[in-house]
Every structure is written in C-alpha cells, then in structure tokens.
Design a protein around this ligand. Structure first.
Ligand code: BYC
Length: 479
C-alpha cells in the first residue's frame, strides 16, 4: 500500500504513479468525469465556494480536511484502507483461503456485475439531486447536499479505479458507460429502479439519504467482507464517508418532524398547513414511498444470485467476520420466508444461502426501526398521539415474492383495483407533491431556516449553525 500522494493529478494512496498505464487510463477518464459533473452535477452552484470535507488519508482520526472549495475543483481521490496482516476469506466455500488480490477467473463475471451495479448508483444519485440547490432550506443544508454529491462522485471514482485496475479493457468500457447512462432516461437508464426516480424536493432528499443511502451502507458493508481484497478495502473506506450521508437523512427528517410537532401545537386543529408546516400524513406517505423502494434494492428474498455470491466469498452478510454469526458457511440452515398464495401468506423454508439478501435486509430494517422510534419520541414529547411507522415488507414491492400482489402499508391484501383507488392514502399524491413543492423556497441567509424545518442541534466541523457554509462571492443568490 502506497503512501498518500495528494499532489498528483489524481490524489491516491494506491501507488498510482508506479503503474504508468493505469495512471494514464485513469487520467484520460478524468476529463470525461469533469464533463459529466458539469453537465449533470449540482445545477447553478458550480462557481461558488462551498465549505466541504475532502478525503485526504485513511487514518481514523484525520482522514478528511475541511475548506472552501469550488465543486469542479474538488480533489476526488482514490483511497483504500490498508491491508490487514494475512487475512483470509471469512465465509462461504472458500473460507480460510487467502484473500484474492487479483480477480479470481471463475468469478470475474459476477464481480464485474456487482462492482458495476454499485458504481452506477453513485453518479445516479448526483443526477437525481441536481436541482435541489435552488430550493435549499438553509446554507447548512445546501452545504450538506453538496457534500453528499461530491462524495458520491468520489465513490464513483472508487469503483472506476477497481474496474480500470483489475478488469482490463472490459473494466475501462464499463467505466465509460457509467458516464453515459442517465437517471430516468428512457433509452439508457441507471441500473436499479430507485435510482431512476426523480428527487424534486427536500423531503424526498432526506428520505433518500435516510433509506436509500442506508441500503448503500449495508451493501457496502457486505462488499467490505469480500474475498476480493481490493473491493473489500475500497468499500471499507467508502463507509467512512457514508456515515455523514445517513446523518443528513436521519436528522433531516427528525428536524421536519420536530418542526411539524411545534407547529401542530400552534395551529388551530393541529392543521400545520395553515402555518406552512408539513403534515405528519405527508411525511408518512414519503416514508412509504422511499422505504418500499429501498427494500427493493436488496433484490429478491429468495435469490440464486445471492447464494452464489455468498458461496464464492464475494459478498458476505452485515459484519460477517464478527461474532454475529456462529456459522460462516451457511450450508446447513434454512430461513422461513412468507410467500403470498391466493390471499394468504404461507411459510416457505428456503436454504439459508438463498436468503442472504433477506438476511442483509433484516439488519437494515432493524436499524430503520430504531430510528423511527427516535422520531416518534419527539411526537411523544409534544403530547401528539399519532405515530410514524415503516410500511410492512409486502407493501408496493417491485422485486421479490410480493411483487406480484398488492398490499396496503399494514400488509393487508388488496386487489389491484383497490390498491389503485386508494393509492393517494399510501403514497404522496399530486396534491401532497404540489403542497411540498410550494414550501420549497430557498433560504440562503446564514443561520436562517425555512419555516417547515427546525435548525440542526449543531453545525458542521465544530462551526456554529450560522457559519457561512457557502460563499456566493459577492453576488446575491435569488434562484
Ligand atoms: N432494480 O436475485 P435478484 C448505494 C434484478 S445503494 C432493478 O433478485 P440479486 C447508494 C437483478 O439485477 C447500494 N433490478 O437480486 C445509495 C437481477 O437481474 P438479472 C448499491 C433489480 O442479484 C444512495 C434480477 O433482478 N449497491 O450505494 O441477488 C446514493 C434478479 O436478481 C433490483 C449494490 O446494489 C432493483 N431494485 O441482488 C448513492 C450492491 N433488484 O440477473 C449510492 C451490488 C434486483 O435477472 N449489487 N434486480 O438481469 C448487488 O449485490 C445485487 O445486484 C442486488 C440485487 C443487491 C442489487
């Protein structure tokens, strides 16, 4: 593992300068990335100075530095956590064998597919969020949005490095395609469904960073267990940045819930619309939308792909190498899933390896539930009896066993007609979307916040909440 080289064209700790061919290939991808960033990155703020964190090392205490940066000049680098002694593969059929430091020939296709799928989500999310700067509820939030965006850009770099470095010509072609597909585009969409949905308001952004980025955390954690060592060490470091994205989502919704609770106490009949707040019913429908879509990102409950990834040692469970599991081979166990049959759910036992998507998803669901409880504590403190909840796993699924049936958020069977006729109860309606859109007026004065969201508890990097998180260099923003 090389030292950190911050002054090269591409900052890195992977000894890029020792491999001239690879360095040249990545340096020729770099201008295409910048072109993509200018075309598809945050709209309207590319020349402003944003107070951003940049990864500069992989040391636990000091891996990032904060400074004002113009986004196109952000130093997107390639970093991997250092190798750990003589680690071996920790699960599956190859358990106990040395980690692979090259692509194992037998699993080349599978690995390439996993890496391309992961890589594709990163630029997709930047594309989905590109309009949001013009309606930011504060400078603090504006800065967080751009922090998330530049780091998703770095995560694309991370996957492109692995493709270029280990997959030869195929990898270079895949890296080019990452900049060709576009979120939501009919003829060349992004690979996974959730990444083709528009994110047009900040409530969607907070739900996305809460629920969809959290799928990212669990998928990255599963890849950080991989027997393919370069992938494991690359994704391990991506998790360090991901934590902030999840914080933005969790605290973003929490601040909306808090503001709604405050306004409910002020408004006649608790009708927060009269005071410009977001009703709990709308928040619930946004949760239903983004949580159900994020569950789909785990793939099918019963999956032969998941079984072969686990068997090969390519993708583990959450914290696979810890003592969380007794059995890391998972050939013996079963998992009981609930499958719809007519209008009943029946139990079906499937071999544990085929349930690995579900096992990973269970860990995710558990974490989401804990966070919902924390949001509900706010409602409790304000003496409000309504509660936010996660819809049942059956609700509005496009992947897996439930995708052929219709359910309400509580998991009750519905006919297709009933589901359609009640859809505005379950998911954001046109009226909800228009109302939320009407609240999306930008607030760019330091320390001020839009009326529909409470300020955060603290600022970024120890700075006060009214810190100048973005400088518009003299011009007054009126987007
Ligand atoms: N949309 O056995 P199945 C992140 C396809 S987020 C469309 O069910 P498998 C981030 C599947 O490809 C994390 N298609 O699923 C967050 C397969 O296609 P084929 C991203 C889907 O393969 C926010 C078929 O259905 N990382 O980082 O076990 C901001 C049946 O496959 C979907 C990863 O996803 C879907 N939702 O698991 C920025 C990790 N689900 O073979 C970033 C890498 C399934 O019939 N990806 N399909 O053509 C994987 O490990 C797996 O591909 C999946 C699916 C978990 C996605």
């Amino acid at each position: 593992m090389g030292n950190v080289s911050l002054n090269e064209k591409i900052p890195n700790n992977v000894n890029l300068s020792s491999d001239r061919k690879l360095k040249r290939a990545l340096e020729s991808w770099q201008p295409n990335f910048i072109d993509w960033w200018m075309d598809m990155g945050p709209l309207g703020f590319q020349q402003d100075q944003i107070y951003l964190r940049t990864a500069v090392s992989v040391e636990k205490g000091g891996w990032a530095k904060f400074n004002y940066v113009k986004m196109p000049e952000y130093r997107w680098g390639i970093f991997m956590t250092p190798p750990e002694g003589d680690r071996t593969i920790s699960f599956g059929d190859n358990i106990g064998r040395p980690l692979w430091d090259k692509v194992p020939g037998d699993f080349r296709k599978e690995l390439r597919r996993i890496i391309v799928t992961q890589g594709d989500t990163e630029p997709a999310s930047v594309e989905q969020q590109r309009q949001l700067g013009s309606t930011a509820p504060s400078l603090y939030d504006l800065r967080n949005l751009f922090q998330v965006n530049v780091e998703e850009g770095r995560h694309l770099w991370a996957m492109v490095y692995v493709l270029h470095s280990y997959f030869g010509r195929d990898g270079r072609e895949e890296a080019e395609d990452m900049l060709v597909r576009r979120s939501g585009k009919d003829d060349s969409p992004r690979i996974l469904d959730t990444f083709n949905k528009p994110i047009e308001d900040w409530l969607s952004f907070f739900c996305f960073t809460m629920f969809t980025d959290r799928d990212g955390k669990y998928q990255l954690a599963a890849l950080a267990e991989s027997g393919f060592d370069p992938l494991a060490r690359t994704t391990q470091f991506m998790l360090a940045e991901e934590a902030h994205h999840l914080h933005v989502g969790e605290t973003g919704i929490r601040r909306v819930v808090l503001r709604t609770a405050q306004l409910m106490k002020e408004a006649p009949n608790e009708d927060v619309r009269t005071l410009g707040g977001i009703p709990l019913g709308i928040i619930q429908r946004y949760i239903n939308e983004w949580y159900s879509s994020s569950l789909d990102l785990f793939g099918a409950e019963n999956s032969s792909n998941a079984a072969s990834y686990f068997a090969a040692g390519l993708k583990g469970r959450y914290k696979e190498s810890s003592s969380r599991y007794n059995d890391h081979v998972a050939l013996a166990g079963h998992y009981t899933i609930k499958r719809p049959e007519g209008t009943r759910l029946v139990n079906e036992e499937i071999p544990l390896r085929r349930a690995m998507n579900l096992v990973l998803r269970d860990a995710y669901v558990e974490e989401c539930k804990r966070i919902l409880e924390r949001w509900n504590e706010i409602l409790d403190e304000y003496g409000i009896s309504e509660r936010l909840f996660l819809p049942e796993e059956q609700f509005r699924r496009r992947q897996g066993v439930y995708s052929t049936h219709h359910f309400d958020p509580k998991g009750n069977f519905l006919s297709a007609e009933e589901f359609e006729s009640r859809i505005d109860e379950f998911l954001p309606s046109q009226d909800d979307l228009e109302y939320v859109a009407s609240l999306m007026q930008p607030v760019y004065e330091p320390g001020k916040f839009a009326n529909w969201i409470a300020p955060p508890k603290r600022g970024i990097d120890g700075k006060p909440i009214d810190f100048l998180y973005a400088k518009f260099d003299g011009h007054v923003r009126q987007d």
